[in-house]
Design a protein around this ligand. Structure first.
Ligand code: NAD
Ligand code: UDP
Ligand code: UDP
Length: 338
């Protein structure tokens, strides 16, 4: 029934789909919400490099103009300071919806704003997608699995999430964003894609963003001890940002809705991560134990067989290969602080 609902199907996208194999698609008009942030800015680089016109919509809560400053003179690039909690009118073919603080320190800073961003922000972007017939991609998160009782996590797992805890504004916010996305798909015929992103690191992360990889790297470069929360035996699986961006674009261009786990299955305890950072930056680096935060998931590792078989995507860069690329960016930025 959804297919029968008339929509203002974007002529550019429709034309692109009718092209014979081997003929290059015409360039698209793409909006990236949260495009001045860490992941968004790398995505913008890739979209502009392939010839698309890109509009970044960002309120600069955790994003920075510097992340996209190298595109300001590009006529195919536009930067709009706007909060996605408010409606906006744009004419585009695709919407990559990333706007939302991602680090626990940032999303807990103003939890009401975080859940508004996830619910009202996603609703507005879906309303926009519906009005102009654009394809919409949601960057959801592995946090929808909560403190998982299934390991590794498959997309079919419904999760184990505390609805009233300090992380709920983010976890439940993203779960609601997924629900809205599927309801606009089923109820209004919007073409949607859902990515569930696992912990990602790389250049341009905020230096004091509070996430574990950025903390350990910045602390070691500043000759401070790495702060390990709890006993350091909890696990995470770390993905390099270029692998994620490849996955997001592959998913957007595919015929599959998802959700898809996008992450690197290489799993590390926080103590193992500290060891890799030490070997990469400074063998004399030390760790310091700190009390853990509430509701911290004990383990997390993606099962990526769905993305491998349907999208033919898998990450290529291991932690040992990716970390040095982030370290050189952090080194330069920490030197600039002085
Ligand atoms: P980030 O904090 O660097 O980027 C988020 C961007 O969204 C920032 O530029 C921020 O200013 C902007 N933003 C926040 N609230 C906004 C609002 N109300 N209106 C407009 N802009 C707003 O985080 P990131 O790591 O780049 O994450 C990007 C997306 O990927 C987020 O949706 C996040 O939930 C998701 N994600 C990231 C990870 C990861 O490990 N990096 C993991 C899972 C999911
Ligand atoms: N919206 C928007 N830009 C648009 C179209 C809609 O920001 O181009 C917002 C709109 O203001 C509303 C939300 O998206 O708050 C959902 O729109 P929809 O048309 O689905 O719902 P309605 O406006 O009928 O409640
Ligand atoms: N962590 C840590 N030291 C830090 C920051 C985080 O040991 O300085 C731990 C945190 O307790 C969690 C893991 O690292 O178990 C990942 O935390 P992060 O905030 O990076 O992301 P999350 O996966 O919790 O969203």
């Amino acid at each position: 029934a959804a297919a029968k609902i008339p929509r203002g199907a974007s002529s550019v996208v429709a034309a692109a789909r009718r092209l014979p194999v081997g003929v290059r698609k015409p360039s698209l008009r793409v909006v990236v919400t949260g495009g001045a942030g860490f992941v968004g800015s790398h995505l913008v680089d890739k979209l502009l490099a392939r010839g698309d016109s890109v509009i970044v919509v960002d309120n600069f809560f955790t994003g920075r103009k510097e992340n996209v400053a190298h595109h300001l003179s590009n006529p195919r690039f536009e930067l709009i300071r706007h909060d996605v909690v408010e409606p906006i009118l744009l004419e585009v073919d695709q919407i990559y919806h990333l706007a939302c603080p991602a680090s626990p320190v940032h999303y807990k800073f103003n939890p009401i704003k975080t859940i508004k961003t996830n619910v009202m922000g996603t609703l507005n972007m879906l309303g926009l997608a519906k009005r102009v017939g654009a394809r919409f991609l949601l960057t959801s998160t592995s946090e929808v699995y909560g403190d998982p009782l299934e390991h590794p996590q498959k997309e079919s797992y419904w999760g184990h999430v505390n609805p009233i805890g300090v992380r709920s504004c983010y976890d439940e916010g993203k779960r609601t964003a997924e629900t809205l996305t599927m309801d606009y798909h089923r109820g209004a015929g919007v073409e949607v894609r859902i990515a569930r992103i696992f912990n990602t690191y790389g250049p341009r992360m905020c230096l004091d963003d509070g996430r574990v990889v950025s903390n350990f790297v910045a602390q070691t470069l500043r000759k401070q001890p790495m702060t390990v929360y709890g006993d350091g035996k909890q696990t995470r699986s770390f993905q390099y940002v270029s692998d994620l961006v490849d996955g997001l674009v592959t998913l957007m261009e595919s015929e599959h809705i998802g959700p898809f786990n996008l992450g690197n299955p290489g799993e590390f305890t926080m103590l193992e991560l500290a060891q890799v950072v030490k070997e990469t930056i400074d063998l004399s680096a030390r760790v310091e134990f700190k009390p853990n935060t509430a509701d911290d998931p004990h383990m997390r590792k993606p099962d990526i067989s769905k993305a491998k078989s349907l999208l033919h995507w898998e990450p290529k860069i291991s932690l040992k290969q990716g970390l040095p690329r982030m370290v050189s960016d952090f080194q330069r930025r920490i030197a600039d602080e002085k």
